[in-house]
Design a protein around this ligand. Structure first.
Ligand code: ATP
Length: 347
């Protein structure tokens, strides 16, 4: 029995199309000429108004890849049925259709009826989503959700997208995470409650290695084989080209195309190299993401509330299935519920 608390893959052994029902469509039409709420509409993109109106509330779940953000979002949303949270994805690779196992999208049954936006919605052929595009699309989603008197929850590991959406004054083309770049802004256009799910890097890395093996067992190899077989040239499926797994395995499939006879020893060694590269790159990604989060917390002074999930992950790694869920509940979910309750009660 797998003790993975975030079993994103248990459903993938069955064809994915059956399980990825579309989330409610985002209203991507241009803004109405006479906005429903002119004050709120005015603040969507134009910065602070002269007499600041009340900002929309937004819960933001941050954390490195694999740290349990999706799991926490569903646990939290289920505890607040009356405020009806809706999730907006902020993982720059998961916004695209396709590669559901490789990009680790939360499977439909695990979403427990909670609406998800910008998750598997965009066509990778339309090109790479820029932070400015994300600000526009996710800004529209926040507006729509809040207009329906629900609460948006931003969930995903792409800190450049999170930053682009949240800051009051966004400058396209400026990478605030680059060394020597100007500091990320601390002035935000929403009333944000930041939850940061953190796992000590050593423990997280061990978990990530295991997760890659589980993803492969769940069909990641077959998914990538199909993807690479239909990939005509480098420009094709631009948006998904950078997903961890694609560059590593497209090299492998070029050398050893499926369906042909190969030297099994050489093929096996190349396969192991590809898997190792995926594991290394995933751990590197986690490390970079934690660095960016620390920068937002430290230099930009974003008020991130850190939830330490290290013990829960240790329990997972020691295959103690009963204990991990207790620890996760006690050390991550309960403190998050408290924080969010207080945040929602504040005027
Ligand atoms: P950057 O400044 O590098 O753009 P970022 O914070 O915007 O960073 P990240 O989410 O850290 O974006 O993603 C950086 C890279 O990590 C992606 O380009 C991709 O290679 C990989 N990556 C991120 N999320 C996923 C995912 N869900 N599946 C596969 N690869 C991913």
């Amino acid at each position: 029995m797998t003790l993975n608390p975030f079993p994103a893959h248990q459903y993938y052994n069955i064809p994915t199309s059956k399980h990825f029902l579309p989330s409610p469509p985002l209203n991507l039409t241009p803004p109405p000429s006479l906005p429903h709420n002119p004050k709120r509409w005015a603040r969507m993109d134009s910065g602070p108004a002269s007499s600041p109106p009340q900002k929309d509330k937004l819960v933001v779940i941050m954390g490195a890849t694999g740290a349990g953000k999706s799991r926490l979002s569903i646990d939290l949303a289920s505890r607040f049925p009356s405020c009806s949270f809706e999730v907006i994805n902020s993982d720059k690779i998961q916004v695209y259709k396709g590669l559901d196992i490789t990009t680790n999208k939360i499977p439909f049954p695990d979403r427990r009826g909670i609406s998800h936006h910008l998750l598997g919605e965009l066509d990778p052929l339309d090109g790479e989503l820029s932070p400015a595009d994300f600000r526009r699309l996710a800004g529209r989603a926040v507006y729509d959700i809040a207009t329906r008197k629900r609460v948006p929850m931003l969930v995903g590991g792409s800190n450049s997208l999170i930053h682009a959406l949240l800051v009051d004054r966004f400058e396209p083309g400026v990478n605030v995470f680059e060394n020597g770049a100007e500091l990320a802004s601390s002035e935000l256009r929403y009333d944000c409650c930041f939850l940061w799910v953190d796992v000590s890097l050593v423990v997280l890395a061990e978990y990530l290695l295991k997760r890659v093996d589980e993803m492969l067992e769940s069909g990641m190899y077959e998914e990538l084989a199909e993807f690479c077989a239909t990939e005509d040239d480098e420009e094709v499926r631009t948006g998904l080209r950078k997903a961890i797994g694609v560059p590593e395995f497209s090299r492998f499939f070029k050398q050893f195309p499926p369906g042909r006879v190969h030297d099994q020893l050489r093929r096996g060694a190349a396969y192991n190299d590809a898997v190792k590269a995926i594991k290394d790159n995933t751990c590197q990604l986690a490390k970079k993401q934690i660095g960016k989060i620390l920068r937002l917390k430290g230099s930009a002074k974003w008020d991130l509330q850190r939830l330490d999930a290290t013990e829960a992950f240790r329990a997972v790694l020691s295959s103690d299935g009963r204990r991990w869920s207790e620890i996760w509940e006690e050390q991550v979910v309960e403190p998050s519920v408290k924080i969010v309750k207080q945040f929602l009660a504040e005027e």
